[in-house]
Design a protein around this ligand. Sequence first.
Ligand code: FES
Length: 364
Amino acid sequence: MTPLAQRVLSSKLLGALTAPHGVDRYLEQINPMWAATEVRARVVEVVRETSGEHPVATVRLQPTTTWRGHRAGQYVQVGVEVPGARRTTRCFSISSAESGPGEEFTITVRAHAEGLVSKFLVHDAEPGLTVHLSQAEGAFTLSESPATPTNNRLLYVTGGSGITPAMSHLRTLLRDGYDGRANRKVTFVHYARSPEDQIFAEELQRIAWADNDVSVHLRYGDDVFTEAALRRLVPDFRQTDTWACGPAPMMDLVREAYGDSPRLRTEFFKLSTRPAGTETAEGEVTFAREGSTAANTGESLLEQAEARGLTPEFGCRMGICFSCVSRKTEGTVRNVLTGEESSLPDEEVRICVSAPVGDCVVDL
Ligand code: FES
């Protein structure tokens, strides 16, 4: 889509003419890859990385021109229409080197036993499938340009799927440095359950053997993270810019080893739009137009409305597209992405990311 067409399609006038559904609802019907404000992507390729109990796949995505690009280490929320379920959204790390606006990128996904979206992407995604995206998010990013060599050493300590954002860093450094060099000394330590569970194995081997400033150390099984082992590799690790991402037990050990060193950066996801504490929700939620009142389940207003058989308008279900905006007339809602609460009467809220806190009345 040309920049002019993009500007016209995202204009307020067109937005008003196409209300309440919004211009993206109409564009989507004509071509799933046309969008004025929302971000969608077509699956271009699915590479099955490992098999076994929790198989991993890398999914290459061609986003719409609305994608603003990503920085190495960021993640993206991916919404898929899993057959037999409502659209479901989960966060996945981006595994490819930094992308520019509208450029292809990859996510690398491990299929979890309970993971509706991850299992669908790993087992069922095929080229041609359309998925919904947020813009890239997250602050686990490279702080220096890879094309400006410095003496600063970089250290990556990753475990399991935590390797994914670190791979995005490493690929960016090698792509954007000179002659495939990282242009600074990089130590890359990764812990996997077994060689069979190791993803990106061939590429890591190539990187390890090349003359590129990067040393790669792969550890398996009982060879778990210890401070002493890290000290042998990088004696002044506490003074070394470090990115760590992995399972909670490993991260606890890493944090302990670094103490209060400001050089350690760790990754966490805002994993779900499901608010915390749904099991302790209080009060009642009323959908005034429909005339129904029921106990607050703590889920988002959109989910509670759908559970009662209502069909409010929605688009991304991630708080991005504003398709779901409705009027809350009484009560308090919590934005499940930011945790912010708001009690203003008669306010417009995005019901996909608003959970009622106690009694609440919505004009639906
Ligand atoms: S459905 Fe997109 S903001 Fe709620």
